[in-house]
Write a protein that binds this ligand. Structure first.
Ligand code: GTQ
Length: 373
């Protein structure tokens, strides 16, 4: 993007001429180019994401997700997923930045073969009680608003053991990141299915109540040993934290799903949070590097993202591009609202790209330029 700032000393400001154009053509012949023709674009003053803020309404998507059930067999499709595609990121199938998300539907009794890949995955359950996943030999059952991880390189297969209702869960993956770095690998399980251990939810059972299992073999993998984070204790933890602290002016009462051994993010490339907005609470605006996909887990509210206001309710999904001002409001005067979110913050932090700032106006709110969809 060219701004008036780009005319100042220290920025590229070479005018066009027939000689220069001929010179550029000569360079192009040799697969080369003149830096000054792109310098201002490839070294912007501040992040210029191609992603735009988007809200995906669950009520609108749900019928189309259901439509896929009879249209394709889950195993023929690999996974039966409706992707959420940012209009500015169609080329890389990203919902925002380098994050992918989609809604996966599994019919009653359905199950799929196991595979593993370089991309890491996470799940947030929207509906249905029969969902299970086997992650590196561990069978997990997950229900509505539960969060689960499939770290990169782990074998995984999914299914729905209910006999009545479909499961719809949301997948979050770092596929666009892995592809941007040309690091993608994919394998089908040699026996097509894993043989799960006998104990269901064993990792959830092993790490409870601030206690670590003692005297067992040391966990040395670079991701959380806990693969599932059920909703009830998560919600209880948020309500307890709300009794103890005021919370963040930008995020309300917010907690990160963590690797209990490190206190850090659940996986090396993606982190996840659950946050609670008190009845009627409106947060202040801030912005940071890193992209975020939000899912309304409970209640209803509105978020202003880069000057656009989006109203959401439970099940809706929206995204905040890197460096976009954003603020959230709980529109219910008597009930709390909860937002689940996942992000690429671990990547930003490990590369030292993390930056954050508060909206400078004293009241902390952006002007609303446009009502979002
Ligand atoms: O469940 O393994 O939405 O590999 C996209 C790619 C889900 C999965 C997706 C995947 C999966």
């Amino acid at each position: 993007m060219t701004t008036h700032d780009d005319n100042r000393i220290g920025r590229a400001r070479v005018s066009d001429s027939p000689e220069l154009r001929a010179y550029y053509a000569e360079l192009a012949e040799l697969d080369a180019g003149a830096l000054w023709t792109v310098a201002n674009d490839i070294e912007p003053w501040y992040p210029q994401p191609r992603s735009v803020p988007v809200l995906w309404r669950y009520d609108e998507l749900r019928p189309l997700v259901h439509k896929a059930l009879p249209l394709v067999k889950a195993d023929d499709a690999g996974r039966r997923v409706v992707m959420l595609v940012n209009p500015g990121r169609k080329d890389v199938s990203a919902a925002v930045g380098l994050l992918y998300t989609g809604l996966q539907i599994m019919g009653p009794g359905e199950f799929m073969t196991a595979h593993r890949h370089q991309a890491a995955a996470l799940r947030f359950v929207h509906e249905g009680t029969g969902a299970w996943t086997v992650v590196d030999g561990q069978k997990l059952r997950v229900g509505p608003r539960d969060f689960a991880i499939t770290p990169n390189g782990t074998w995984h297969e999914h299914g729905n053991e209910a006999d009545d209702a479909p499961v719809i869960w949301q997948d979050g993956l770092d596929i666009p990141l892995v592809n941007a770095l040309d690091a993608g690998f994919y394998e089908v399980h040699p026996e097509l299915y894993q043989t799960p251990g006998k104990v269901i939810n064993s990792s959830v059972l092993s790490y409870g109540a601030n206690l670590l299992p003692y005297g067992m073999e040391k966990w040395t993998r670079p991701y959380s040993p806990v693969f599932g984070y059920p909703w009830e204790p998560t919600y209880q933890a948020l309500r307890d934290l709300a009794k103890a602290v005021e919370g963040s002016p930008y995020d309300g009462v917010i907690m990160e799903y963590t690797n209990p051994l490190t206190g850090g993010s659940v996986m090396p490339t993606m982190g996840a949070h659950m946050q609670l907005l008190r009845p009627g609470q409106a947060t202040r605006a801030h912005r940071h590097t890193g992209s975020v996909v939000y899912t309304a887990a409970k209640g209803r509210g509105a978020s202003v993202i880069a000057g656009r206001r989006f109203e959401w309710k439970q099940g809706d999904i929206f995204c905040v591009p890197s460096w976009a001002w954003h603020e959230h409001e709980n529109l219910d005067p008597s009930e709390d609202a909860c937002l689940f979110s996942f992000n690429d913050f671990p990547v930003m932090r490990s590369l030292t790209f993390h930056r954050e700032e508060a909206y400078p106006d004293h009241d902390g709110h952006q002007p609303v330029l446009q009502d979002g969809r």
